[in-house]
Design a protein. Structure first.
Length: 217
């Protein structure tokens, strides 16, 4: 049976190379207490050094495929990083013994961004209910931005837009509002002008609005 053993684990530059070996050794990692245990199916190591020689890994779990691994890095440019990679599907299933209103899966980034990215696929969120909440300390934060270079589609039995201060609907092209049954427009004052105010202002004004919208677009 294979047994773990201490090995010299160093990736310092070869002194015979054309590079300055002294300078390279200052950043290349080395240690003499690394332990590796495994066989042709995979292995686990403590204190191994990544191929580039710049990061020491406290714990690394390695499968047969080099792209299938779990690492907890110690120092270098990835100090404190925990990385898991998989050439196939990565699954997490939990909450079997919980009731519906309990937190089953919790992810918190105390500082920095939280990114969900599908480079060549969809990002899909499904649930009985979905809440998107942004809370900021002042009026410069607490924003939700939906941006698409092609289309944004909203569908639902009832859709409500409530702007406590204001709301705007803007387009550089065509606009259409359709109600097959009843439409109500209510305001203390309603103003409506056409693009003709670009040449001659109307009795209700509008030329300044036209110029402002044109500049904004």
């Amino acid at each position: 049976m294979a047994t773990p053993q201490n090995i010299e684990n160093t990736r310092v530059t070869n002194p015979s190379s054309s590079y300055d070996s002294a300078a390279a050794s200052d950043t290349s990692k080395k240690n003499y207490t690394a332990i590796t245990y495994g066989n042709d199916h995979g292995g686990i190591s403590f204190g191994s050094i990544h191929k580039q020689g710049d990061v020491t890994c406290d714990v690394m779990l390695q499968a047969t495929d080099g792209r299938h691994q779990f690492s907890m890095d110690k120092d270098g440019p990835r100090k404190g990083w925990t990385t898991a990679t998989a050439p196939g599907t990565f699954q997490i299933q939990c909450g079997h013994d919980l009731v519906a209103d309990k937190n089953a899966f919790f992810v918190e980034a105390l500082n920095g961004d939280l990114i969900l990215k599908a480079t060549n696929g969809r990002v899909r969120i499904e649930g009985l209910n979905i809440d998107l909440i942004a809370k900021g300390p002042d009026n410069t934060q607490g924003n939700i931005v939906l941006q698409a270079n092609e289309a944004i589609q909203l569908e639902g039995k009832n859709i409500t837009i409530n702007g406590s201060s204001s709301y705007k609907l803007l387009t550089t092209g065509q606009a259409e509002i359709t109600a097959n049954s009843t439409m109500r427009l209510y305001s203390s004052m309603i103003q409506g002008v056409t693009d003709a105010v670009a040449n001659k202002d109307s009795k209700l004004g509008g030329a300044k609005d036209h110029q402002r919208k044109k500049t904004k677009f």
